[in-house]
Design a binder for this molecule. Structure first.
Ligand code: 5RP
Length: 257
């Protein structure tokens, strides 16, 4: 990795968070690897440490892109079902609130990301300070839908939003290179502009009830620890009660490292 002083403030913060998260890794661990620009930095830091210390790790990737990157850097990537259960997943996020609820899916990988995170004893989020919010929703909420009947699914989403007082908010079919974006599973993404999500649990239930919705980007009660990197190399921690105890000694040693 380049020196932290050569990076943009945002990348320096991502690197600081990545370094702190990778300190939590122990030899023999089974790890989930996230997706996105922060996860790319973390995978590089992890691969460097694994090579330098000869760590034996088994990794499950949350996207084809991450699998390719990790494999190219010498990490052992396997199917999630072959590994079975993971010790820890490290992933980025689009928003993190004070209760460690998240919006994810900016990279369109939230379906696999949620499966991998739920198959982990611990989910650790790494982020730059711009991702920390008081209330989720300023970032669009990605919803993965199957292509069959997606316009009907979109209509049902609008009705669910209306029923929850979220009004007539824009919903955009995500595009890439002038065509509908396709997820690794061959599905589509609808991006919901909601501005503020007052009751994320109610919204999550409403979206999950709609046939055609495969998964939404609300990660509620899944993240145990958020490591917020700072451009100067320090980190601040947001942690759940579950993360206190087993992760604390490592974190206390790693904080402000
Ligand atoms: C991908 C994700 C990413 O973790 C999220 O979009 C953050 O990405 P980045 O680290 O590039 O800001 O959820 O689906």
């Amino acid at each position: 990795m380049p020196d932290i002083s050569d990076l943009s403030p945002s990348d320096a913060a991502k690197l600081a968070a990545s370094r702190a998260a990778v300190k939590l890794v122990r030899d023999g661990m089974k790890l989930g690897l996230g997706t996105g620009s922060t996860a790319v930095i973390m995978v590089r830091v992890l691969a460097e440490r694994a090579a330098a210390e000869g760590l034996t790790l088994r990794c499950a990737a949350t996207s084809k892109a991450t699998a390719e990157l990790a494999t190219s850097l010498g990490l052992r990537v396997e199917n999630l079902d072959d590994i079975g259960w993971l010790d820890m997943t490290i992933d980025g996020a689009d928003e993190v609130d004070p209760d460690l609820n998240l919006i994810k899916g900016g990279g369109g990988a939230h379906l696999r990301e949620k499966i991998v995170a739920r198959a982990s004893d611990r989910m650790v989020v790494i982020a730059d300070p711009g991702k920390v919010v008081e209330t989720l929703g300023a970032y669009h909420l990605p919803v993965e839908v199957i292509p069959f009947g997606w316009k009907v699914t979109e209509r049902l989403i609008r009705e669910a939003l209306d029923a929850q007082g979220l009004g007539k908010r824009p919903i955009l079919l995500r595009q890439r290179d002038g065509r509908p974006f396709q997820t690794d599973e061959g599905n589509l993404i609808l991006d919901l502009s909601l501005e503020a999500i007052a009751d994320p649990h109610r919204l999550a239930r409403g979206l999950s009830d709609i046939p055609g919705v495969v998964e939404h980007g609300l990660f509620l009660g899944i993240c145990d620890l958020a490591i917020i990197g700072q451009p100067d190399g320090n980190v601040t921690l947001l942690r759940s009660e579950a993360a206190e105890g087993d992760l604390d000694p490592v974190l206390d040693a790693g904080e402000n490292a």
